[in-house]
Design a protein around this ligand. Structure first.
Ligand SMILES: *Cc1c(COP(=O)(O)O)cnc(C)c1O
Length: 387
């Protein structure tokens, strides 16, 4: 079985983790700040706060931006549930904005239209989470413009997009957003086991998120609200949690980050091979890359033209032939949890249409040339037989 994604661990990666195991610190040691600094440098951003998952990064980002009961977060339905759940976890309301059919990302036109209506109803969002689906950056300049006009904050869910660029800026630079978050789950661009990071250029937000990953505690003498009564003194200022990354994970993440360019090159080579092999198949539509954007190609999601029955037939055949295909994503608003909140079929037609036609083919740096040829042969044959 060739999975749709998986990690690629080298001897150097293993050595980096073993070194931590032999050191004084398994957690709260020097590996976490070293990893944070390396990611911040790579992304040309001021601050990076490591946490134990991309989901936690979204949560501390929402909390730092003041999301809570009575506030609203908007995101797209074509994403993993965590992009919306982060609002519910802090007691805020969620609504969705439909995607653009070509990029499968948040549609700036749909956002603009929904904002105009929301303004009339006094129901503007406080935060918009822009998801860079498959590693392809959203049109952040347009979103930032709308944020300026309507006064909402922007979080980039960049969990697919580490190493991608938009208008020559690395994804994560936060040039057009308040906070960007990454995930280091093994199927993502680099692996730490579990892990995530929240990036920002705002020192206050960074400090706030740093405190939130550690129970809301500070040991910074300049921030104390009361006189300290000794060198052991610390203060808790709000309700945080233990969202810390371990040094083991950080060491793996930092070692993997050194291989990021090689990973991206390999993903792009796979895309090139797929694009060339599938260009002549009329029954499927291939993913596109906008000219001012370099995707990190976390996913290679084709669309099956025609009915959803055809998609199902192709999916089952690819699976039977040994490809670990997937569908990204079941629309979040159609999950039972969100249906109970009032969403339903037909609310976001472009996301629903995408979900009815999408199949993610295997793409990960450890794929061999033979693996690529196997995927091409199986997919081409299945399309010829079934579509
Ligand atoms: C993976 C993912 C997350 C969550 O990241 P974890 O590290 O698994 O918690 C959030 N959003 C999207 C779009 C993802 O794909």
């Amino acid at each position: 079985m060739i999975p749709y994604g998986r990690q690629d661990i080298s001897d150097a990666d293993i050595e980096a983790v073993v070194e931590v195991l032999r050191s004084d610190w398994l957690t709260q040691g020097p590996a976490v700040p070293a990893f944070e600094q390396a990611v911040a440098e790579r992304c040309r951003v001021g601050f990076a706060v490591a946490v134990n998952s991309g989901t936690s990064a979204l949560e501390v980002a929402c909390q730092a931006l003041g999301l809570g009961p009575g506030k609203r977060l908007w995101t797209v339905p074509n994403t993993f549930v965590a992009s919306a759940n982060c609002a519910r976890r802090c007691g805020a309301d969620v609504d969705f904005v439909d995607i653009a059919p070509d990029t499968r990302n948040l549609s700036p036109e749909a956002l603009s239209k929904k904002l105009r209506e929301a303004e009339k109803n006094n129901a503007l969002p406080d935060v918009v989470v822009a998801v860079h689906f498959a590693g392809h950056s959203c049109d952040m300049e347009l979103i930032a413009e709308l944020a300026g006009t309507y006064g909402f904050r922007v979080i980039e869910d960049a969990t697919h997009a580490l190493g991608g660029t938009y208008k020559d800026a690395p994804v994560g630079s936060c040039r057009w957003s308040d906070i960007a978050v990454f995930s280091f789950h093994p199927v993502k661009i680099i692996a730490a086991g579990e892990g995530g990071m929240a990036l920002t250029n705002d020192a206050g937000l960074a400090e706030n998120m740093r405190m939130r990953r550690n129970h809301g505690i500070t040991k910074d003498a300049n921030r104390m609200k009361r006189p300290d009564d000794g060198p052991w003194y610390y203060e808790q200022h709000f309700l945080g949690a233990n969202y810390r990354l371990t040094d083991l994970q950080a060491a793996l993440g930092r070692s993997q980050l050194q291989r990021l360019d090689a990973f991206l090159d390999r993903r792009r080579a796979i895309v090139k091979a797929y694009h060339a092999a599938f260009a002549g198949i009329d029954a499927i539509t291939l993913p596109v890359e906008r000219p001012d954007t370099a995707s990190a190609w976390h996913l290679y999601a084709i669309h099956v033209n025609g009915t959803s029955e055809k998609r199902r037939a192709l999916f089952e055949r690819l699976q039977a032939d040994g490809l670990g295909v997937q569908v990204h994503y079941l629309p979040v608003h159609l999950q039972p949890y969100y249906r109970e909140l009032g969403f339903g079929e037909g609310d976001f037609p472009a996301a629903e249409d995408h979900a009815a036609r999408a199949i993610s083919l295997p793409i990960f740096p450890a794929m061999t040339d033979d693996d690529i040829q196997t995927v091409v042969a199986i997919t081409t044959k299945a399309c010829a037989d079934l579509l």
